[in-house]
Design a binder for this molecule. Structure first.
Ligand SMILES: Cc1cc2nc3c(=O)[nH]c(=O)nc-3n(C[C@H](O)[C@H](O)[C@H](O)COP(=O)(O)O)c2cc1C
Length: 148
């Protein structure tokens, strides 16, 4: 699967105490147009997994080509300061949306399916938007750029 080129997103949610949590994810896909559904595969042992389950919601934040630092930060486990210095707002579900993301989707948790050591979280898209710019990509364990 390392040869399967992907975009890079921060999947975010709120912990029961309101704390924003999130992780870097590439296992993201569009699932359905009507209704609008997306899916993300999240490792069960991650902090964010518990946040999504508890909140019943998550947001997908598509990262820009120049946001490799954010991707690395949100890929670090046991890091309490992932959001330090990063502007975000709570969207309709309460899930954190990063102000500088290339695009975002606010999702209500619609269904979950267990898959090995990950859970497939299926979200109904309640809102979203995208801006101008190029995305961050990931290929063979390295961050990559998409040529315009
Ligand atoms: C490029 C990249 C893609 C990743 N994709 C996923 C993914 O799709 N699902 C997942 O559970 N973890 C993925 N990870 C690993 C998580 O970001 C990592 O386990 C993180 O530390 C979990 O943070 P948390 O425990 O604070 O939730 C990816 C990491 C990188 C660098």
């Amino acid at each position: 699967m390392g040869h399967w080129v992907t975009g890079v997103a921060v999947v975010s949610a709120r912990a029961p105490d309101g704390r924003p949590c999130g992780l870097t994810a590439s296992a993201v896909a569009s699932l359905s147009l009507d209704p609008p559904l997306v899916l993300v595969c999240v490792e069960r042992s991650s902090d964010t997994h518990g946040c999504i389950r508890a909140a019943g919601a998550f947001a997908l934040n598509v990262l820009r080509a120049d946001q490799e630092d954010i991707a690395r930060r949100f890929a670090a486990a046991d890091r309490a300061d992932k959001y330090a210095g990063i502007a975000w707002r709570a969207e309709r579900t309460g899930a954190p949306v990063l102000a500088a993301a290339l695009a975002w989707l606010d999702c209500r948790l619609e269904a979950t399916h267990e898959g090995g050591d990950h859970t497939i979280f299926i979200g109904e898209v309640l809102a979203g938007a995208g801006g101008e710019g190029m995305p961050l990509a990931h290929f063979r364990s390295s961050f990559a750029r998409v040529a315009p």
